[in-house]
Design a protein around this ligand. Structure first.
Ligand SMILES: NC(=O)c1ccc[n+]([C@@H]2O[C@H](COP(=O)([O-])OP(=O)(O)OC[C@H]3O[C@@H](n4cnc5c(N)ncnc54)[C@H](OP(=O)(O)O)[C@@H]3O)[C@@H](O)[C@H]2O)c1
Length: 366
């Protein structure tokens, strides 16, 4: 191609790029004034999403079980100028969710955007998991989203408009070893979310499935560990801490809100999660061998069966909390991960620079 032709081709490509970008921008709905209900909005990703939606001028309703932590989140959002209602609620209980959604509708009007974000995670080898671990994971990570969706849908259908965002996980696309109850529940949620979008096509209600890889929300301190709990906490929090393995959670929240505004079908967050999905889809046999190898590298159940569930913030290992996991610890402080009860162990609190465990003063951003 000669010089002028190449320049014309480059110009046309640049124009097409700008037009594509402008078209995508134009497809982003203006959500100002709309009511966004976020389950698990008290800390971590849910709180970051609340801050993000508030920045767009949305009104907010947030729910979670821990009323102390929820109130801290509400106070922070309100102090920043957001109009926010906080309703304590356990999403695994259908009746509580129904009552919570009715209260939100009564006090704030119809739910325009529902974000099914509430989730729990248990980490450990299968030998340490019992049927209750699977039930707990399904109850929150799967049925929690089903309950909230069924409660909010009638209002959305009546208005012929709405957005539902389901925060799934890469663990709901590729089963990660030592997370079996979580994987199973997130696979179920992914299927529900995809099917829901298909069934609601043409109703004015969009459903967006979010498949995040690791994000630096700080949530390992609130995850539960079984087996050799210290070792499980160490590898899991290391993976959740470094920029090489985990995405900045604020950036993840911005991308999720953008996907909701565009009504996108599915978004996978982090290049690592994308690579894992592609590799698994193309080479399922080879990938299962790789994951089998990973499982063999992870800690065994340990002496005594290791069936005790220990929360991350009760643990302190040489790796975590430490400067190596400093980014995660700062994110945990910023995102209200230490906000309620129970409080961290004195050693954990000392290492992440928190006040003594019985202190309930609001924490400053780290
Ligand atoms: N962080 C990551 O790397 C990552 C990766 C992939 C997917 N995800 C998903 O992203 C979502 C948010 O994760 P995160 O890292 O922000 O976790 P997080 O900091 O532990 O936040 C979880 C939120 O869910 C709430 N929650 C838990 N169980 C609940 C229940 N039964 N009823 C109502 N609320 C409940 C928690 O509050 P209470 O405990 O007070 O109820 C909290 O507000 C989860 O669905 C998670 O699976 C996270």
């Amino acid at each position: 191609m000669n010089g002028p032709r190449r320049r014309r081709a480059l110009g046309a490509a640049a124009l097409a790029g700008v037009a594509w970008w402008a078209l995508r921008r134009a497809r982003e709905a203006d959500l100002a004034g709309q009511l966004v209900l976020i389950t698990g909005g008290s800390r971590g990703l849910g709180l970051l999403l609340a801050r993000e939606f508030a920045g767009l001028g949305c009104r907010l309703a947030i729910c979670a079980r821990d009323a102390v932590e929820l109130e801290r989140a509400r106070a922070e959002l309100a102090a920043a100028g957001a109009e926010v209602l906080a309703v304590p609620c356990d999403v695994s209980d259908a009746a509580q969710v129904e009552a919570m959604v009715r209260e939100v509708e009564r006090r704030c009007g119809g739910v325009d955007v529902l974000v099914n974000n509430a989730g729990i995670i248990q980490v450990g080898p299968l030998q340490t998991m019992d049927v209750d671990d699977f039930r707990r994971a399904m109850a929150v990570n799967f049925f929690g989203a089903v309950h909230a969706t069924l409660a909010a849908l009638p209002g959305m259908r009546a208005r012929g408009a709405g957005r539902i965002v389901n925060v799934c996980s890469i663990g709901g696309k590729v089963a990660i070893p030592h997370l079996l109850p979580y994987d199973a529940a997130k696979f179920a949620l992914t299927g529900f979310s995809q099917g829901l979008r298909a069934e609601l096509a043409g109703t004015g209600i969009t459903v967006t499935t979010i498949i995040p890889g690791l994000m630096r929300t700080g949530s390992p301190v609130n995850a539960f560990f079984k087996g050799q709990a210290e070792k499980e906490f160490a590898w899991f929090s290391l993976g959740s801490a470094t920029p090489l393995s985990a995405m900045h959670a604020g950036r993840a929240a911005r991308r999720i809100v953008q996907a909701a505004r565009r009504g996108e079908a599915e978004v996978t967050l982090t290049w690592q999660a994308k690579a894992l999905r592609i590799a698994h889809d193309l080479f399922p046999g080879a990938m299962s061998d790789v994951l089998g190898g990973v499982a063999r590298l992870l800690p065994g159940p340990g002496a005594g069966g290791g069936t005790e569930r220990v929360r991350g913030m009760e643990l302190a290992t040489p790796v975590s909390p430490s400067p190596v996991t400093g980014l995660m610890n700062r994110a945990a402080r910023r995102n209200n991960e230490f906000g309620g009860v129970p409080q961290p162990s004195p050693e954990h609190a000392r290492r992440v620079g928190l006040d003594p465990p019985d202190d309930t003063e609001p924490m400053s951003g780290g």
